[in-house]
Structure formats: C-alpha cells, structure tokens
Design a protein around this ligand. Structure first.
Ligand SMILES: NC(=O)c1ccc[n+]([C@@H]2O[C@H](COP(=O)([O-])OP(=O)(O)OC[C@H]3O[C@@H](n4cnc5c(N)ncnc54)[C@H](O)[C@@H]3O)[C@@H](O)[C@H]2O)c1
Length: 370
C-alpha cells in the first residue's frame, strides 16, 4: 500500500504522523512512503533522516494526495485539504468528527475511509491512541502549573517542592484517571503535597496502592472540592465523563476561596472544562487571570512537547497502521475489533454511531458493508 504523510498545517501543531523509524517499518514490509518536505522538522526529524529510512520526499501536497492509498496525519484535515482527497482513499488520523459537522459532511462527500485514532478501542475499553496524549498532558500540567506559580508569570511565587525550613506547595487534582495519575507522579516527584479527588472508589483505591502515603485520595464531593480550592496553590482539572461535556465542578463564585495568585490548569478544557471560568487558550497566549486566579486552558497541551508527543503517538498508532497497510481496511477490520471501531466513515457512509447521532445522520453498521 502506498503511504503518504503530510506536514500539519493547523496553527501550533508541530507533531508529525510518522517518525523515520516508523517509515522504516512500513518500507521494510513493502509499503512505499512519501513524506511531505519538512513534515517532521518541527518535531525534530530532518528530511535526511526520512530519506535514510527509505522515504521519498515530495514538496507538493496535491501530489501526495494523488498518489497515496493511505494518508497518515495527526490532526483532522482543514478546509483547504477537503478537495484534495480521492474516493476510497484511507485517512488515518485524529478526526474528532462529532465536534465538527462541516468536516464530517466534507469527508462523507469525498467518499474516503476515515479511521480515527481516538475511537480505536481495545476490547477492555482502553483507547490506546488517546492514552499517550493524556499521559503527556497530565505530566505537563504540573510543569506548566509550576511555571505559572512563579511571580514573573503572575503566580503567587510558590516553589512546589518547598525547601528545608519552608513548607511544600500544595496540588489538588480533580479526576484520578490517566491525566490525574500522571499529574500525581510528577507532583509527588517534585515534592509537592498532593490531594487527588475522584468519584470512582476503585480508582481511589488504585491511587492509594500506587502512591501510598505520598498522596491523599479523597471522594470528589462538593465539600472536598472546596477544601482543595482553599488549601492548594495549584488545581489540576482532569475529569472525564466519556462522550459528554465535562461536569462543572468549580463555580465562578468559588474562585474567591482560592489564594491570590493560585493557578488552575484545566486539562479537561477540550471537553468544555470542569471549571466554570475556563476557556480554551493557545500555546502563544496560554493564561489569563480572573478574580486573582491564573487560568491555563490550552486545549492541545501535548503540542508543546512535539518530539515526545510524536514518538508517543506514533508508537501507539504504528501497529494499527501497519496492519491496515498489509491487509487492507476490510481484512484488518475482520481480524481486529479495535481497528473496526476506529472506522468512522466508509466510502460516503457514516459507520460510527455517535457521530451519526451527533448530526442526526443515517448510520450504517460496518458489518453490513463488507
Ligand atoms: N488539554 C489537553 O491537551 C488534553 C490532552 C489529553 C487529554 N485531555 C483531557 O483530559 C481529560 C481527562 O482525560 P483522562 O484520559 O485522564 O480520562 P480518564 O477517563 O482516564 O479519567 C477521568 C477520571 O475522571 C473521574 N471523574 C469523573 N467525574 C468526576 C468528578 N465529578 N469528580 C472527580 N473525578 C471525576 C473518573 O472517575 C475518571 O477516573 C479529558 O477531558 C481529556 O479529553 C486534554
């Protein structure tokens, strides 16, 4: 199968869909790879490295669309890319279709096969191509929070690890899933005092087993949320209700409970956020202040560490991409339920129920198609 990998054109997206090592894996299995010129440069991979791995380098995006059977990307296509697709072409990338009717309609019209990283789901419900990004965002949340607690960035001037003779900083993490657990690792690692809140008793027990007395694991009740707001220097929002908007757990009229210069990093901002006053921000203007509290609301946090993110993302997507390239979509779906769940669009038909529901569109069961 002929593979094409494009340079991302979305603002501040520095990741790339294939590393040179991934290219080698495709080429060694007989799948020729064309990379767009400079596609990996922002993530730290030069064209020379791709050439050494066996890729062709082409500057013309249209030519890559014209010659490739499978296009591998990171983010969803932008409007200028819609007309470049060919019927039956495979698009393997993050799609997030349920959030974008225009994109869904354009890709249905183009007749492509859209396989979304975010809906590839293992049998036990794990989302292997989303998990690495949550791991990164969780770890980054503490790093960013620590930075914005510095006085020059508008924070209250607290060092999270403290020093001998001076108390440690306090971190409150709301939501103890993948993001929350990874935030916990870094926050305890730098010596902060950490409290994690979750509604899931099994999750709290797991965190207690892993971190022991280095954290306090509490039920996420209104009273405990108020407690962490009053006490903590840094609050990290990390809740998720699958497929729904994040619940609003911190209200605007509770901000006055927090210390002046305290910081909120609401990682859940991509699902609407769990703090009423959070709004999506970008890497070039990540924070704003309301009622003396610094708010950080970057919706694509992993983009800040493009090299790590690219390696983590492509390690997760590679096995599925190779299977699709070697077997074709239809046979790959027959043999792999995770890949079958990843298919959202198939040659003009919406085959992912939640996307069809979101736009009241006809839904076709993929098993009825092949
Ligand atoms: N901003 C970014 O760049 C970025 C990157 C990756 C992930 N995210 C987002 O981070 C959020 C968390 O992702 P995740 O992978 O950790 O999800 P997850 O499902 O692993 O964890 C979510 C946790 O929230 C808990 N929860 C649900 N309701 C709660 C409540 N009322 N109080 C406390 N806890 C509650 C759940 O029990 C679960 O343990 C998601 O919205 C995800 O989209 C954002």
């Amino acid at each position: 199968m002929k593979i094409g990998c494009l340079k991302e054109i979305k603002k501040h997206e520095y990741r790339v869909g294939l590393t040179p090592s991934d290219v080698k894996s495709y080429v060694n299995r007989g799948h020729p790879v064309t990379m767009q010129k400079h596609a990996g440069e922002a993530a730290g991979f030069s064209d020379d490295e791709y050439i050494r791995a066996g890729a062709d380098i082409v500057d013309d995006r249209k030519r890559i669309f014209d010659q490739s059977e499978m296009i591998i990307k990171v983010k969803e296509p932008l409007p200028e890319e819609y007309p470049l697709f060919h019927e039956g072409q495979i698009l393997f990338t993050y799609l997030h279709l349920a959030a974008d009717r225009t994109l869904t309609e354009a890709l249905l019209k183009a007749g492509i096969i859209g396989i979304a990283y975010e809906t590839i789901e293992e049998n036990e419900g794990r989302l292997p191509c989303l998990q690495p990004m949550s791991e990164i965002a969780g770890r980054l949340a503490v790093q960013e929070g620590a930075k914005y607690l510095e006085k020059t960035f508008g924070g209250r001037g607290v060092l999270l690890g403290g020093v001998p003779g001076v108390e440690r900083g306090k971190v409150g993490i709301i939501g103890g899933g993948v993001v929350g657990t990874n935030a916990c690792k870094i926050a305890t690692g730098i010596g902060a005092e950490v409290t994690v809140l979750d509604i899931d008793a099994r999750r709290l027990a797991y965190l207690d087993d892993i971190f022991g007395s280095r954290i306090t694991a509490l039920y996420s009740t209104d009273a405990n949320i108020e407690k962490v707001l009053r006490e903590c220097d840094l609050i990290i929002g990390a809740v998720l209700l699958p497929g729904a908007k994040a619940p609003t757990l911190v209200k605007r009229d509770q901000l006055h409970l927090m210390k002046p210069g305290a910081v909120i990093v609401d990682v859940a901002v991509d699902q609407g956020g769990c703090v009423e006053t959070i709004k999506p921000t970008t890497h070039d203007n990540p924070v704003y202040v309301i009622d003396g509290v610094v708010h950080y609301g970057v919706a694509n946090m992993p983009g800040a560490v493009a090299l790590t993110s690219t390696k983590a993302l492509t390690s997760a997507t590679l096995p599925y991409g190779l299977m699709i390239a070697s077997l074709g979509v239809e046979e790959a779906c027959r043999r792999s339920n995770p890949i079958k769940r990843g298919v959202n669009l198939y040659k003009g038909k919406c085959v992912y129920e939640n996307v069809a529901k979101a736009f009241n569109m006809p839904y076709t069961l993929i098993d009825d198609l092949f």
